[in-house]
Ligand binder design. Structure first.
Ligand code: AMP
Ligand code: ZN
Length: 500
């Protein structure tokens, strides 16, 4: 079945059809972080949504090229660099490193390309020169270069493709220099900002444009076209980027090339915290790190961020995170039992699951096929899971229906495990189905990495004490673990840690 996605450009749900004539390759560009601070949980909702789109496309068999830029020069960054009396690179470098670390914590796949604006100044200048040559951009008295909306529209181009604009209410001839503005202030926007004293030493020299720095919008046009070509398949971001950022990206790119820029525009709705817009003054502002410090894991946070449909406003709450923990425990328990039934090692620290059982792994060719066919007749559910999951995902990434399919499968699998009707091959087949589904969800299995290092060290010390027959010490460590919220159980496969 074909994947259907809501396209902001047509304001309708459309079948995804890549530009690649063979229908195999897909190029996607996600507007990346502005590296002036740690990314907050709202930003992470959008980046996890981008990861879901990428994983879905790969699940559907496309060879995806995923690009995410790093905005490492723009208004807010320059202000902070001056306030902190540091250099641009030093300042942005620390937040970029934190961003990439957080991306891993949330199990987001690393984009194939992460271009930096400051590494593409020559491309940006070349693009602006092209717009000047076409008469769509002009140098103003302050030395900055602006995009002329009037000239662009005069060429028969459409400004306002993503957002309907009322040009009768526009104040012709006005200009806006800052990177962010509201649609009420539609105006010629800056492509190249002439050097001013407040920029400190953040400027580049251009023979044609003079000393200055790029505007935010032109950065994304230059970097996306550089990596993906003048026309590409998908462009993503949060809904706040629709105007002016993405509207201006279309104008700059189509103004320069005369070709359609992007086929499918996807926008994620915003995240609220406890029903309110996040703000530091309300005390409801969380970075990913704030939540990790509260004891939640990246996996729990990813799950929570993936519960609501991407076009619905998501109300993020700490209660919701506790709910995520419970929901994941249900999945983990079922997977643990399946691994045991399949004869695979049931280790809590195992990262991946799948057709790992000896009886299936040792099989080859016809035998394997026969085993799996047998498993399918024994257990319809695993195959139902993949089919149902695919069908709802195809429907504009209906993630809540996808989770419903997962939990129905968990219920059904638990029932069959309880009545012992699954067998080793049935269990292995169920695990293989889960692995397919999880290639999209990306929640994996409970990982040893989720157990804090301090707790792991205590558990190891207890094992050592037991080996040395110092049971008093071992009991004391067990009590210490309990006080820290962990129980340790001795099983036939060794000690197992569980959160209370
Ligand atoms: P920024 O680093 O500010 O450029 O933002 C990075 C991404 O986060 C952009 O795609 C924004 O649209 C998105 N974003 C910002 N605030 C929120 C929010 N509260 N909820 C969801 N996405 C957001
Ligand atoms: Zn962008």
């Amino acid at each position: 079945m074909a994947l259907k996605l809501f396209n902001t450009l047509s304001r309708s749900i459309q079948e995804f059809m890549p530009l690649d004539p063979a229908g195999k390759k897909a190029g996607m560009y996600c507007c990346g972080p502005t590296v002036y601070d740690f990314a907050h949980i709202g930003n992470w909702r959008t980046f996890v949504f981008g990861d879901l789109v990428r994983r879905t496309l790969e699940f559907k068999g496309y060879a995806v090229t995923h690009v995410m830029n790093i905005t490492d020069v723009e208004d807010k960054i320059i202000k902070r660099v001056q306030e902190n009396k540091t250099s641009l690179r030093e300042f942005t470098g620390q937040y970029e490193a934190a961003f990439l670390e957080d991306l891993k914590t949330l199990n987001c796949l690393l984009p194939h390309h992460t271009p930096h604006a400051t590494d593409h100044i020559a491309d940006i200048i070349a693009l602006i020169e092209k717009l000047i040559a076409r008469g769509i951009a002009y140098k103003a008295a302050d030395g900055s270069v602006y995009f002329s909306i009037e000239k662009y529209r005069g060429c028969g181009c459409n400004y306002g493709q993503l957002l309907k604009l009322n040009f009768d209410e526009m104040r012709a001839g006005e200009r806006v220099k800052s990177d962010e503005y509201a649609k009420e202030s539609v105006a010629d926007f800056a492509l190249w900002k002439a050097r001013v004293p407040e920029d400190g030493d953040v400027f580049w020299k251009s023979e044609s444009l003079g000393e200055g720095r790029p505007g935010w919008h032109i950065e994304c046009s230059a970097m996306s076209m550089k990596v993906l070509g003048e026309s590409f398949d998908l462009h993503l971001g949060g809904e706040d980027l629709i105007f002016p950022h993405h509207e201006d990206e279309i104008a700059q790119s189509e103004g320069a090339t005369g070709k359609p820029f992007v086929k499918h525009w996807l926008h994620g709705a915003h995240l609220l915290v406890e029903g309110k817009k996040m703000s530091k003054s309300l005390g409801n502002f969380f970075t990913l790190r704030d939540l990790l410090a509260k004891g939640f894991t990246g996996r729990e946070i990813r799950y929570a961020l993936l519960t609501a449909h991407y076009r619905e406003t998501f109300n993020f709450t700490l209660d919701g995170l506790h709910g995520a923990r419970t929901a994941l425990a249900r999945i983990d328990e079922c997977l643990g039992k399946l691994r045991e039934a399949a004869g695979a090692p049931n280790s809590d620290s195992a990262r991946t699951v799948g057709v790992q059982s000896r009886d299936v792994q040792d099989c080859s060719g016809d035998t394997l096929k026969r085993e799996l066919q047998h498993a399918e007749t024994v257990l319809g559910a695993p195959n139902d899971l993949v089919a149902r999951f695919t069908a709802v995902l195809d429907d504009d990434l209906n993630i809540s229906a996808a989770w419903a399919a997962v939990f129905e499968w968990v219920r059904e699998t638990n029932r069959r495990l309880a009545e012992n009707s699954l067998g080793a091959t049935g269990a292995a087949s169920a695990l293989a189905a889960w692995e397919k589904v999880d290639s999209v969800l990306g929640i994996g299995t409970k990982s040893g990495a989720d157990v804090p290092a301090e707790i792991l060290a205590l558990a190891e010390a207890r094992t050592a004490a037991k080996k040395a027959k110092d049971f008093k010490c071992a009991d004391a460590i067990r009590d210490k673990l309990k006080a820290k919220g962990w129980v340790i159980e001795d099983t036939s496969k060794g000690p197992k840690l569980k959160k209370i």
